[in-house]
Design a protein around this ligand. Structure first.
Ligand code: ATP
Length: 451
């Protein structure tokens, strides 16, 4: 079996587990689905929140210099004109001339083995013509053209050019538009950061690879405002912080790679960008980005909105428009990296076992509590007592009395529960329970008072 097949099998196994066990479902599935959208079930939302809360704690709460904001998703259309999104937030599109199905030209070419970085639309059309590249349906392709990925809508009852707005394609602009507000309210020393988590929408030409490329997703972004003189040191510091973050997620360091984006592929205003890539089961792909954006965004706002974006260094007459370092994290790609690192198969007592080796602090359920037999009221009552104690203390505790104990273990393994607590007849005598550890399957007796 080829490596690619093995990897895709792993991806399929994760997608199927995610659905079966209540992590992630296809969006609008009962109505036949809506491509590029995903719904989170009870365990998925718990895992996602744990990731987002960990991020918020690490980058906002635990730091003195980062402030949180939560901007509206709908923004004045001028935001997206000034930022360049209306003009240039595009992907290269080709059409199957027979079926009219549309594809991302760079993805088709890459899949056909061509190097696509830095190619213009014309270059891609030429490559397609010269090599007779066909659509995945085997049909001829159109010329390559641009496709704007923003979802357009209108705000209010009148539909005209002035009421046009967009679902934000990134959270970053909601940060930049609040830079002046926060400086006026708090006057933080430089460097300081503004952080935001929230939904972003991109009308991806071909969403694919599970939640990796979807049309509605969530971002966690920081704009870190700095004195331009210090940009290199500040950038390097963020490289270290990104690695601390991937460590905190339990991602193996050897699967996280830094890709220095070459000048030709960087935005014109960026002096340095690193894409952090991860070895997903679908291959090595971008997990998050770290970019030095200079003063591009604040300059745009100052010019287009006519508002002063300068920062006056406290106690001096020195003023300048701060530059920014932007770490931009995608929640879904993070979740997919966490799930694929955690997915493990082994053998227990000669039987194949699937379990999620999730770090304890991310696991959607930390403890599952079971009475050994569910038809013995005295065991159930005692187990309920233990459950109440743990639930009060940890919150994410599950009551599980379905099937026999072996089945419960297998189910809890599959959702990554680190500890199963079982109440048996001895518990009634000695007030101790059996705790079974997920990764080792080891069982220990522990006093209830020590749980
Ligand atoms: P790609 O090149 O893979 O399309 P990008 O470079 O356009 O990604 P950015 O604009 O840098 O992505 O967005 C920052 C982060 O947001 C990405 O690193 C990724 O984690 C996440 N992201 C972007 N597009 C999507 C998407 N369609 N689905 C899920 N996550 C996304």
């Amino acid at each position: 079996m080829s490596d690619k097949n093995t990897k895709n099998e792993k991806m399929e196994a994760i997608v199927s587990l995610a659905k079966r066990r209540g992590f992630i479902y296809q969006g609008s599935e009962v109505y036949g689905g809506l491509s590029g959208t995903w719904d989170y079930g009870p365990l998925g939302v718990a895992l996602k929140r744990n990731i987002m809360n960990l991020w918020w704690k690490m980058f906002v709460e635990d730091r003195e210099d980062v402030y949180g904001v939560d901007a509206a998703i709908l923004m004045n259309q001028k935001v997206w004109k000034a930022s360049g999104h209306v003009e240039t937030f595009t992907d290269p599109l080709v059409e199957d001339l027979n079926t009219k199905q549309r594809f991302r030209a760079d993805h088709l070419l890459k899949d056909a083995g061509f190097e696509v970085d830095g190619l213009s639309l014309d270059d891609m059309t030429t490559l397609i013509r010269e090599n007779d590249v066909k659509s995945p349906n085997g049909n001829p392709l159109s010329d390559v053209r641009t496709f704007n990925m923003m979802f357009k809508t209108t705000v209010g009852p009148v539909e005209d050019e002035t009421s046009v707005s967009y679902l934000r394609p990134e959270t970053a602009q909601g940060i930049f538009t609040n830079y002046r507000n926060v400086v006026d309210s708090f006057y933080p020393d430089l460097p300081f950061g503004l952080a935001q988590q929230g939904k972003a929408f991109r009308n991806e030409i071909s969403p694919r690879d599970f939640i990796f490329r979807s049309r509605e997703f969530e971002q966690m972004e920081i704009e870190y405002f700095i004195d331009p003189a210090n940009w290199e040191a500040e950038f390097n510091n963020w490289v270290v912080l990104v690695h601390e973050w991937t460590d905190a997620l339990g991602l193996p360091a050897e699967n996280v790679h830094e890709l220095e984006v070459p000048e030709a592929d960087r935005a014109h205003y960026s002096k340095r960008t690193i894409d952090f890539e991860f070895d997903f089961p679908i291959g090595r792909e971008e997990l998050l980005g770290l970019a030095y954006r200079g003063s591009f965004d604040l300059d745009n706002i100052q010019r287009e909105a006519g508002k002063n974006m300068a920062y006056v260094v406290k106690g001096t007459n020195t003023k300048f428009i701060p530059h920014v370092i932007e770490p931009s994290f995608g929640v879904e790609r993070t979740l997919m990296a966490v799930l694929s690192s955690a997915y493990t198969e082994d053998e227990v007592n000669g039987e194949k076992r699937v379990f999620l080796k999730l770090p304890e602090h991310l696991a959607p359920v930390k403890y599952a509590v079971s009475p050994l037999l569910k038809n013995k009221p005295e065991l159930v009552a005692k187990a309920r007592e233990v459950y109440a104690i743990l639930k009060k203390k940890h919150g994410n505790v599950m009551w599980d009395d379905n099937g026999n104990i072996g089945k419960r273990y297998r189910r809890q393994d599959e959702i990554g529960t680190p500890y199963c607590v079982v109440i048996d007849f001895d518990t009634l005598e000695d007030n101790a329970v059996t705790i079974r550890q997920r990764d080792t399957t080891e069982q220990k007796r522990v006093a209830i008072s020590e749980l």
